[in-house]
Design a protein around this ligand. Sequence first.
Ligand code: HEM
Length: 131
Amino acid sequence: MPEMTKQRPKHLALNEIRLPLAGFASILHRVSGAGLFLLLPLLIWLLQLSLGSTQASTEMFTAVTGNWLVKLILLGLIWAFFHHFCMGIRILLIDIHVGVEKQQAHNSAVAVMVVSLALTAIFGLKLLGGF
Ligand code: HEM
């Protein structure tokens, strides 16, 4: 029987595992997907208020979206959407065997992080009244 040269770990030392950037981005894809799903009621409610034609709904929309906590949640949702969207495109490309080499996969994970954070910064500035 061939001798085993590499000892398999008996336990996982989670603090010693170094997750590659692609793995980190992948976890964030799940987190962002869950966040987008769980906060759909808030978005639908805001959409309903924004489409309302009464003065009360307009005032309510302005008051809710003017609240700093709501702004913070919306900023998080903006990031979640862009990260999930960019990462989703990356995963779909990998599904059709585009960018599957280790270095390419690392580069595309970097691109996802950079593009999603840049788009979050632009739309976040708009949300916070920067322009
Ligand atoms: C905007 C365009 C979107 C694209 C291109 C996209 C793409 C994807 C892809 C490719 C997956 C599968 C990932 C895998 O195979 O591991 C996925 C998973 C998922 N998506 Fe999306 N998605 C989009 C929008 C959304 C939205 C709006 C929501 C929530 C309302 C959402 C929630 C989820 C969830 C919960 C998962 C499962 C995540 C997991 O189990 O890791 N996605 N998405």
